[in-house]
Design a protein around this ligand. Structure first.
Ligand code: IMP
Ligand code: MG
Length: 185
C-alpha cells in the first residue's frame, strides 16, 4: 500500500474568503456595465461560485457563462495548443466580460479565451485569476485582478485538481507526494 500524499495548506479557507471579498470590491470599482462573468471550467468553478456572490454583495448583478478549454493534456505542464471543448451560449458582442480562471501560469489559456471573446466583439474583457504563477509565463498576458501571487508549486483544492482529485478541499494546498499523473483543467 502506498501512503496517502501529504497536502500542506498554502492559502486557508479564511484567507481565500477575505481575498475574494476584496477582489469583488476592486472589480466593482472599475465600473463594469452589464457584466458577463465567463468562468473557465473546470478549475475555476469554486472560485467563480464564491466570486459571483461577492460581486452581488459589492452591488453588481453579473450574468454567468462557462467555457471549457483543453489546457493540460495530462502531466504537470500545459501544452501549447488550446481547443474549445464547451463554448458560451450568449452573444458576447458589446458586453463587458470578466474572464475568471483559477491559475494564470503559461498564460496560454487566458490569452486564447480573451482573444476569442474580443474577436467576437466584446466591448471589454478583464481577467481575474485566483492565483498568478508568473514564473512560467509563455504568453504576453497579465491579469487585471489577482487573488494571490503564488510560488511555483503544484497546488490543489478549492476547485483545482491533480489527476481529477482534490477539487473538494476547502483550502488551497501543496501536494508534496503526488501519486500518478497530474492534470489541471
Ligand atoms: P496556462 O496559464 O495556460 O498554463 O494554464 C493554467 C491552467 O493550468 C490553470 O487554469 C489550471 O487549470 C492548470 N494549472 C496550472 N497550474 C496548476 C496547479 O498548480 N494545480 C492545478 N492546476 C494547475
Ligand atoms: Mg484551468
Amino acid at each position: 500500500m502506498t501512503a496517502p500524499p501529504r497536502i500542506d495548506v498554502l492559502y486557508s479557507e479564511e484567507a481565500i474568503a477575505a481575498r475574494v471579498e476584496s477582489l469583488a470590491d476592486e472589480i466593482r470599482a472599475t465600473g463594469p456595465r452589464d457584466l458577463l462573468v465567463v468562468a473557465i471550467l473546470k478549475g475555476s468553478f469554486v472560485f467563480a461560485a464564491d466570486l459571483i456572490r461577492a460581486l452581488h454583495r459589492a452591488g453588481l448583478a453579473p450574468e454567468v457563462e462557462f467555457m471549457s478549454l483543453s489546457s493540460y493534456g495530462g502531466g504537470y505542464e500545459s501544452k501549447g495548443t488550446i481547443t474549445v471543448l464547451r463554448d458560451v451560449d450568449s452573444d458576447v458582442g458589446g458586453r463587458d466580460i470578466l474572464l475568471v480562471d483559477d491559475i494564470l501560469e503559461s498564460g496560454r489559456t487566458i490569452a486564447f479565451a480573451r482573444n476569442l471573446l474580443l474577436e467576437r466583439g466584446a466591448r471589454r474583457v478583464d481577467v481575474v485569476v485566483l492565483l498568478d504563477k508568473p514564473g512560467k509565463r509563455k504568453a504576453v498576458i497579465d491579469a487585471d485582478f489577482v487573488g494571490f501571487v503564488c510560488p511555483d508549486y503544484f497546488v490543489v483544492g478549492y476547485g483545482m485538481d491533480a489527476g481529477h482529485a482534490w477539487r473538494q478541499l476547502p483550502f488551497i494546498g501543496v501536494l508534496s507526494a503526488p501519486a500518478g499523473e497530474a492534470e489541471g483543467t
